[in-house]
Design a protein around this ligand. Structure first.
Ligand SMILES: CC(C)=CCC/C(C)=C/CC/C(C)=C/CC/C(C)=C/CC/C(C)=C/CC/C(C)=C/CC/C(C)=C/COP(=O)(O)OP(=O)(O)O
Ligand SMILES: O=P(O)(O)OC[C@@H](O)CO
Ligand SMILES: [Mg+2]
Length: 237
């Protein structure tokens, strides 16, 4: 476990960059991401996640940049030691128990002896973009507002999850819905991810979500994506 974990207070995180191990990023861009003012890096994606892709990113970040670096696990065989923490998605709106319960159950059986040595956090995912790879991969059903609010309730009051993640991966989401969900949560933190390409969008969603996650735009409009970390410059103490 890296030293950065000692400072890893996810309840204070406002901005995260999510790096996809299946995509390539130059050293120059990676350095700029690490020094952007973001609170943490999450390494994760849905498809083509390989051990070597994860190892490559970890090796290029750790030891070089003092920033928390978390693996968001999506496959069993790409879990490696060395990250400051591990996030495990549980897909609440999947039609299949597999993506909410079974893969995690299998993972705990396999890694139980190691789990006590790492920082691990389970995320209640609600995937809200029907075109997202993760939506299709996990056979999700599109929830309406009432459904989303009930999933948020379950995340907080039934499963006592530390994070409820409104995942619009690839699409800018419904800010009114994010606002409604935030109003219902007390202890569970609200993560929002999806389609953030500009500082204005980052600021808008950050009004409601506790933490925003910026992923794809790192690979499609780098300079603008980098700017989104500026929401942390306006942080009040
Ligand atoms: C020392 C050591 C190695 C300790 C390890 C301890 C540890 C971490 C144990 C974990 C045990 C465990 C519970 C394992 C479970 C692993 C597992 C298979 C979990 C499944 C998670 C899951 C439901 C994945 C489905 C896909 C998903 C929801 C991914 C989330 C991320 C996401 C939506 C990314 C966006 O995807 P992207 O590829 O960017 O998509 P776009 O192309 O649309 O942008
Ligand atoms: O890739 P984007 O659309 O920025 O979404 C970020 C993150 O929520 C993906 O898991
Ligand atoms: Mg992506």
């Amino acid at each position: 476990m890296g030293d950065a974990l000692l400072d890893m207070k996810i309840e204070d995180w406002k901005h995260i960059f999510k790096l996809d191990p299946a995509k390539s990023i130059s050293d120059e861009h990676l350095d700029l991401i690490c020094t952007s003012g973001t609170d943490a890096l999450v390494v994760g994606g849905t498809d083509n996640i390989t051990l070597s892709g994860v190892e490559d990113l970890l090796g290029r970040i750790k030891g070089k940049h003092p920033i928390p670096c978390v693996l968001e696990v999506s496959t069993m065989d790409s879990i490696i030691p060395g990250f400051d923490g591990y996030f495990v998605p549980m897909v609440l709106n999947s039609r299949d128990k597999k993506w909410m319960m079974d893969v995690q159950h299998q993972g705990i059986k396999q890694f139980q002896s190691l789990i006590k040595y790492v920082e691990i956090l389970f995320e209640g995912y609600c995937i809200l973009n029907k075109d997202a790879k993760a939506f299709q991969h996990t056979n999700c059903v599109m929830p309406d507002e009432e459904d989303v609010l009930a999933y948020a309730y379950m995340a907080e009051h039934v499963f006592h999850l530390p994070v409820f993640y409104m995942e619009y991966s690839g699409k800018y989401g419904d800010k009114e819905l994010v606002k409604r969900v935030k109003e219902e949560l007390t202890d569970t933190k609200l993560f929002y991810g999806g389609g953030i390409e500009t500082l204005e969008q980052a600021k808008e969603m950050k009004q409601y979500a506790d933490c925003i996650i910026v992923g794809n735009s790192i690979y499609t409009c780098f300079e603008q994506a980098l700017e989104t970390a500026k929401i942390n410059e306006e942080r009040t103490v």
